[in-house]
Design a binder for this molecule. Structure first.
Ligand code: PLP
Length: 385
């Protein structure tokens, strides 16, 4: 059966050239970057080259980049490490109601140890108001964390404007951005956007699983959370994942070389699918209208059909999607994002996310549209009224 993998916000398939590069490095350049001999020096060179590529994309100095094990770790270090290092200045943090659990749970941990957190609401499209951020700022606010692109409905936040408002109120308050879903899909320039800390993850951009990136501005102080051999300036001890880091840089380079063209391709698939299903009675799209939102995420609510049932029925037709957000399936719970945009209670459980990548084709979108037309009326027959 033909497969249409439309769950690229959960994870992506490695680009063949990325897998090839990692394979070669694993076999040939296997040194520990901390070793003083030739093998170590070569491995260290690979890391520096990868950092140079990623720094070039973000237009930041190479030494501001820290490699971690995933987006979750980057978020944890930024928020918990940032709060602990700044706690003498205050104990107040600001975030939004629609952040990924990697951010929300870090905030909840900080609340448990004496910090206070303001959770900002979003409008029905999933956008945060820069004015709300500014109004929430207090003299004791030390860190603000706002995601770039929401993982469930693809809403994109006005990061540059939010950054400007934060710094206008208090230059020393840190601004963290979880760009795990935005990196590789949009131009992201932390310095221009007044961003101090920015998280990204390799497996969302056709790189390997198990590699994350944290941009940490030159003047930013963080408390390290991992203790050990002092790698990466002591900020993140542990032997670096050399093939993985090289793989992340290779994937990012490929994506950023074709960014405009790829965004166009992603929007075209997303728009086609959104248009093709609109004649299914009751179905609706979540997130920002038009091209304001992410090019790759389509959140659809199909009233009267349980998302989990639809997901498995689509799977039978070779179409892979997720219900709400794949990152939440470990702990099934009502989606924070869907609740925050004011979705009706009875629709919360009827929302699926289809997410595209540059490895998809229009035939994948057509396969999904065809399957939804066939399945939704069929499954609705079994809905209890
Ligand atoms: N932040 C966002 C917005 C995400 O979508 C995800 C994963 O889906 C993460 C953080 C966590 O990234 P990782 O899977 O690399 O830990």
């Amino acid at each position: 059966m033909r497969e249409a993998y439309l769950d690229n916000s959960a994870t992506t398939r490695c680009f063949p050239e990325v897998a090839g590069l990692m394979h070669r490095i694993s076999l040939e350049e296997y040194g520990n970057p901390s070793s003083m001999h030739h093998r170590g020096v070569e491995a260290e060179k690979i890391i520096r080259e990868a950092a140079g590529t990623l720094a070039g994309i973000l237009k930041v100095p190479e030494k501001t980049l820290l490699f971690t094990s995933c987006g979750t770790e980057s978020d944890n270090i930024a928020i918990i490490g940032g709060a602990l290092a700044s706690q003498r200045k205050g104990k107040h943090l600001i975030t939004t109601a629609i952040e990924h659990p990697a951010v929300l749970e870090s905030m909840r941990f900080l609340e448990k140890i004496g910090f206070s957190v303001t959770y900002l609401p979003v409008d029905r499209y999933g956008t945060v108001s820069p004015q709300d951020v500014e109004d929430a700022m207090r003299p004791d606010t030390i860190l603000v964390s706002v995601m770039h692109t929401n993982n469930e409905i693809g809403s994109v936040q006005p990061i540059a404007e939010i950054g400007e408002r934060i710094k206008g109120k208090n230059r020393s308050a840190l601004f963290h951005v979880d760009a795990v879903q935005g990196f590789g899909k949009a131009q992201i320039l932390p310095r221009k956007m007044h961003v101090d800390l920015l998280s990204a993850s390799a497996h969302k951009i056709h790189g390997p699983k198990g590699v994350g990136l944290l941009y940490c501005g030159e003047k930013v102080r963080l408390q390290n959370l991992i203790f050990g051999g002092g790698q990466q300036g002591g900020m993140r001890s542990g032997t670096e994942n050399v093939p993985g880091i090289a793989g992340m840089a290779e994937a990012a380079k490929a994506l950023y070389e074709n960014l405009d063209e790829d965004r166009e391709k992603l929007f075209a698939m997303r728009e086609y699918l959104a248009g093709a299903v609109q004649d299914i009675p009751g179905i609706y799209v979540n997130g920002q209208p038009g091209r304001e939102g992410a090019p790759h995420i389509l959140s659809l609510t199909v009233p009267g059909v349980r998302a989990e049932v639809l997901l498995h029925a689509l799977e039978e037709k070779g179409v892979y999607v997720s219900s709400g957000s794949a990152c939440s399936t470990n702990r099934p719970h009502i989606s924070d994002t869907l609740t925050a945009i004011g979705m009706k209670r009875e629709d919360l459980d009827s929302t699926i996310r289809l997410s595209f990548s540059v490895m998809n084709t229009m035939e994948d979108a057509q396969q999904a549209a065809y399957a939804l037309h066939e399945l939704v009326p069929f499954l609705r027959q079994f809905t209890r009224h």
